[in-house]
Write a new protein. Structure first.
Length: 381
């Protein structure tokens, strides 16, 4: 039983009502009252306030054959804009959407090499995308930045492949855009994106393979970050105690064998080149080049080890693999499943990412909107 001041109870009930509208619209006042066990009068009062705040709109009547048709309510996705940024090692992508993840505008730039240049470049990039924000009641409701590294308390603690510790991203962007700025690990945003827009499972492990290898974990639909944000650094689990050196300080870390960076460098070495990109690999693989096929086999081998370890540690309902390798060759998922030989693994599904490279950005949109509204955006339809 909830006890406390009337203001506290009213705020809690308002939050509950808004959550129902955001996640289940279109929905009527009477349906909300039944679901939440509130009186119709209480719900009507709260809805009137949400309508006045322009967070909710009335969209017509429910099609019923008996009695007066109830008016349906919907979340006002045009109340403002949400911004998400994925700061990759080579490319920085920015996405601006309405509050339901639609009306999308995407822009990309090369990631600056210095922290000072990053702040300037981000301000210029986002400014070019937000020229008409005054048309919406709340303008820009927030900005979420996906960082390829360890984040906690809105602070960057460790990034293995770029160094932006000298740039106060949060303060600089908040001063320029007058809105809340959130930093989050890219693998965490990726799993949030998949949960919000595609896969409605309570327990999800999302393996992201890019420059490094990250793991986003949802337990009972709640993000698990661990102490100081270091949870999910699956790429820095050791698979060879005397193996390749890693920027984290250890040797034989998984991402030195499974990441795009590692695999493409291995292919370049086989070809006697300094470097290769994924487009080069893709062309060779489609031409059935033996070296490219060998690289793909290496990916399957180490991804199987990764999946096996995740299954044994977390036993999730769903494991998502987000990688350009599996996007190029969907049959790899079947190969990975076939290679799982443990008799104690138990899971519902292993699947490729549906959102692919947009998962981080859409996860950032979800975080931005949830933070602005103060509600859990569990599934955007």
């Amino acid at each position: 039983m909830i006890t406390g001041s009337k203001e506290l109870i009213r705020d809690i009930n308002s939050n509950l009502v808004l959550t129902q509208i955001v996640n289940h619209s279109p929905i009527s006042r009477s349906t909300i009252a039944k679901k939440l066990g509130l009186t119709k009068a209480t719900v009507s009062t709260i809805v009137a306030d949400l309508l006045a705040k322009k967070l909710v709109v009335e969209i017509g009547s429910d099609d019923t054959s008996l009695g007066r048709k109830p008016i349906l309510l919907s979340f006002n996705r045009k109340a403002g804009y949400a911004i998400s940024v994925d700061i990759g090692e080579q490319v920085t992508s920015a996405l601006i959407t309405d509050l339901q993840g639609d009306e999308r505008q995407l822009k990309q730039i090369a990631t600056p090499k210095s922290s000072t240049d990053l702040c300037t470049a981000l301000i210029e990039l986002l400014s070019s995308m937000t020229t008409d924000v005054s048309e919406r009641p709340y303008g820009i409701v927030g900005i979420t930045l996906g960082i390829h590294g360890v984040i906690s308390d809105n602070i960057i603690h460790f990034t293995p492949y770029y160094d932006f510790t000298g740039c106060n991203l949060v303060e600089e962007l908040e001063d320029n855009f007058h809105t809340n700025v959130i930093l989050e690990n890219e693998a965490n945003l990726s799993v949030i994106g998949e949960k919000t827009f595609e896969y409605d499972y309570p327990n999800i492990a999302n393996i992201s393979v890019h420059t490094g290898v990250g793991l986003g974990i949802l337990i009972n639909s709640t993000l698990y970050s661990g102490s100081k944000g270091y949870s999910g650094e699956i790429g820095h689990t050791i698979v060879d105690v005397d193996g390749k050196p890693c920027p984290c300080g250890n040797r034989g870390c998984l991402e030195q064998y499974l990441s795009e960076r590692a695999l493409l460098q291995e292919l370049a070495n086989k070809k006697g080149l300094n470097s290769m990109d994924f487009t080069d690999f893709s062309k060779l693989y489609c031409q059935k080049d033996s070296d490219a096929i060998s690289i793909m086999s290496t990916f399957v081998r180490y991804m199987t080890i990764c999946v096996n370890n995740v299954l044994n540690m977390y036993n999730p309902d769903l494991i998502i693999i987000n990688s350009r390798f599996t996007a190029l060759e969907p049959n790899l998922i079947t190969q990975i499943i076939d290679n799982l030989s443990s008799r104690i693994n138990n899971y519902q599904k292993i699947a490729p990412s549906i959102l692919k490279e947009s998962s981080v950005l859409l996860g950032g949109i979800s975080v931005t909107v949830s933070s602005f509204l103060g509600v859990d955006v569990s599934m955007i339809h």
